[in-house]
Design a protein around this ligand. Structure first.
Ligand code: CA
Length: 441
């Protein structure tokens, strides 16, 4: 894990690109970032293929592979990224990802001889459409924010909000991969069974308490063989990168169905991810210590390692914005509901991977892990409406005077993520947008 987090020449904040739009200090897609997606030109029948963001452009990795601009391990990795999913690249493993990152960093720098070959491989992001970047075999959602778990628990168990296992186990459940879509996704409001307050018989109809969940997604790289756990010291080397994830949730359906086996139809109707996957190597400058309050138990040995303590957490700035249909029609920008950081999570990426595989469960290239809703220490940093509105009891008022307890039809939810600090280049995740449509008749 230590080798993953060392800084190298690709993180040098002084680097500039011959793609000029990558150079402003507030850009998401600087040359120090180089995140991966799968894309094609919109309204065409082109094949989807891998791309790397640079400024407002996408480096077409299939075209770059055909150009012959890169050689050696980087060329092999480039070829693996030229197909319609990134699974083959993910399966190659960390040394290959790192070789490709270094070669792309050098080839995209000001003065690089590769400019003449690669300039023709750029596609403006403005004309692109994106696909889910990997064939996601399995999706597992965790519950790693102690603030979220406490806020939710308080609504059901005011005297004892946090269940006793939370500080020992990275709690998770198996989710649904088939309904994961990429930013721009819209979906009908789910219908299902709910139990009205005070009733003893459920009703069937559209969800009345539709919520979002601000999460980060973790894409697994090479994974592990069935029966062979991934040690926490190796866990990060098995992770390809991170994205933004909105794990939409139907709270009223969830409340009626979730016991005894956990959420089911309240979660599996749609989940939306950002198109761009930021590699762990790109996130290296933004690693921070994993800390616990002194009174809390230390993690069990299989969830503990010096590197995880020193730099297991990540300071990724996160925000949630809402644009109602009325705001959209009146040309009003989305309004911010929340601002927080991933650094507040109680369990790290390495701990999620080590725990998931400790029983021998195999992770495979392209598997997606969700962090769970990422709420910060104060209520204005909460990552879901159920927390911000205290279970729907305290409506939010938007700048145009509209109010919300839960999401209404036409609402678009925007997640944004980025990292910035003095002495390091800014890197961003871009946006993850999803829109709620009316329930099917
Ligand atoms: Ca979730």
């Amino acid at each position: 894990m230590m080798t993953m987090t060392l800084l190298n020449e690709t993180h040098d904040p002084a680097l500039r690109s011959w793609v000029m739009s990558a150079n402003p200090e507030n850009a998401d897609f600087t040359i120090q970032n180089l995140p991966f997606a799968v894309f094609r030109r919109r309204d065409t029948n082109e094949a989807f293929r891998g791309g790397v963001a640079i400024g407002d452009q996408i480096l077409d990795l299939a075209a770059a592979a055909a150009s012959g601009a890169l050689s050696g391990d980087a060329a092999a990795a480039l070829q693996a990224a030229a197909g319609e999913t990134l699974n083959a690249l993910m399966a190659l493993g960390q040394p290959a990802w790192s070789a490709l990152r270094l070669a792309l960093s050098r080839a995209l720098r000001t003065g690089a001889v590769e400019e003449s070959q690669l300039a023709g491989c750029l596609v403006p992001q403005a004309v692109a459409e994106f696909a889910v970047p990997a064939r996601i075999g399995d999706y597992t959602d965790f519950y790693t924010s102690v603030y979220h778990a406490t806020n939710i628990g308080r609504q059901f168990r005011p005297d004892n909000p946090l269940l006793p296992n939370f500080k020992w186990i990275p709690i998770g459940y198996h989710g649904r991969a088939s309904s994961i879509g990429v930013s721009g996704q819209s979906f009908p409001r789910p219908v299902g069974q709910t139990l009205p307050p005070g009733a003893s018989v459920p009703v069937f109809g559209p969800c009345k308490r539709l919520d979002y969940e601000l999460e980060m997604g973790v894409f697994v790289g090479h994974g592990n063989a069935l029966g062979e756990p991934i040690a926490i010291t190796e866990a990060e080397a098995s992770v390809f990168g991170m994205c933004l994830l909105n794990d939409w949730s139907a709270r009223d359906i969830q409340a009626w169905e979730y016991q005894p086996l956990g959420p089911f139809l309240s979660k599996n109707f749609a989940s939306t991810i950002s198109p761009w996957i930021v590699t762990l190597e790109a996130l290296a400058p933004y690693r921070v210590a994993f800390t616990r309050p002194e009174r809390d138990p230390l993690p069990l040995p299989y969830l503990d390692a010096p590197a995880n303590r020193a730099q297991g957490a990540m300071d990724v700035q996160l925000e949630v914005l809402l644009q109602t249909q009325a705001m959209r029609e009146q040309g009003q920008a989305a309004a911010r509901l929340t601002r927080t950081s991933y650094r507040h999570a109680y369990w790290t990426v390495a701990q999620m991977v080590a725990h998931h595989t400790v029983n021998g469960c195999n992770l495979q290239p392209g598997d997606l892990l969700g962090t769970g809703t990422l709420s910060g220490p104060t209520l204005d940093q909460a990552g879901a409406l159920i927390e911000l509105t205290v279970g729907g009891k305290q409506p939010l008022t938007l700048p145009n005077g509209q109010t919300r307890t839960y999401l209404e039809d036409g609402d678009a939810v925007v997640l944004r993520g980025w990292c910035e600090k003095p002495g390091a280049a800014r890197i961003g995740f871009g946006e993850c947008i999803g829109t709620v449509l009316p329930a099917r008749a």
